[in-house]
Design a protein around this ligand. Structure first.
Ligand code: AKG
Length: 282
């Protein structure tokens, strides 16, 4: 087993359900990744379309590379063990003035995954501050299991169905997860978290990588996909994903479409929307 987190850090994660800041890239590497994204945005004429913010490692080779970063995987291994898969990845750009926000939620509410040995590594490509809409988390809230959420479908809410925890949130207890480019925060599947709009004149950009163990199982659909990034998969619960050779290569787009339709069915289960159309709504 590799050891990259201290015993104290592992204990803090177990107690609080979150850990930050952890340096995973140099500031230069972070700005190089941001440039690749921004070059694509210039060429394609605008920000990444919403359906490609989900499972973005299937169409952007740099995200597929980032999710295999050894520093990240060593930390993840210390927390969930040696066999590691990426279930999904998300791009979270917040533009100045776009008023986009994320309501208080738990990731577990809409992922349909059975085990709770699951975490997110959220990597800042720009700084993430209270002013530009960094995440807020409630330390220790991961001990509640999944609590009741309701759908708000808020136009500016970046979550698929605007899912929001129904209980009152004690925001006084919330921690602002302020981090710098190249730093990451880690949060547990059950963590209660949110993020307000970007009130600055610079964009805020992050990549969230969702790490699971092969033992996890999808309960909302018959088929699901994931990528093994370390160790062994002795369960076969997930179908194998392709690695994109170049940005938006046509074969990768077709593959992404098939998998995004399944993700849509998972995220939108129990609503009157379904499939990839639901993911492209906002
Ligand atoms: O990027 C954000 O502001 C929130 C992201 C989030 O909710 C998550 O990564 O689970």
């Amino acid at each position: 087993m590799t050891i990259s987190l201290t015993t104290k850090e592992v204990q803090a994660y177990r107690k609080d359900g979150l850990l930050f800041p952890k340096t995973v890239l140099t500031p230069r590497q972070a700005s190089e990744y941001l440039k690749v994204l921004e070059d694509y945005e210039k060429e394609s004429g605008g920000p990444v379309r919403d359906e490609y913010r989900y499972k973005c490692h299937l169409v952007f080779p740099w995200i597929n590379e980032l999710m295999r970063n050894e520093t990240i995987l060593d930390m993840v291994e210390d927390l969930i063990g040696p066999n590691i898969m990426v279930w999904t990845s998300h791009l979270y750009p917040k533009e100045p003035g776009d008023q986009k926000f994320i309501s208080w939620h738990q990731d577990s509410s809409h992922w349909g995954l059975e085990t709770d040995n699951i975490l997110t590594v959220w990597i800042a490509l720009t700084s993430a501050t209270r002013q530009n809409g960094c995440m807020q988390m409630l330390p220790g809230s991961q001990t509640t299991g999944t609590v009741e959420h309701h759908d708000t479908w808020g136009e500016k809410n970046m979550l698929t169905r605007g899912q929001t925890i129904s209980k009152k949130i004690d925001e006084e207890r919330a921690v602002w997860v302020e981090i710098q480019p190249g730093e990451a925060s880690i949060h547990h599947l059950f963590m209660w978290h949110a993020s307000p709009p970007n009130n600055t004149n610079q964009r805020r950009v992050a990549v969230a990588l969702r790490y699971i163990t092969p033992k996890a199982r999808q309960t909302r659909t018959d088929r699901d996909f994931a990528t093994l990034v370390r160790g062994k998969d002795e369960y076969g619960h997930f179908e194998t994903e392709m690695i994109p050779k170049v940005t938006m290569d046509p074969e990768a787009i077709t593959h992404h479409q098939e998998i995004a339709a399944i993700q849509g069915a998972i995220y939108l289960k129990g609503t009157d929307k379904e499939g990839i159309e639901g993911l492209t709504d906002r």
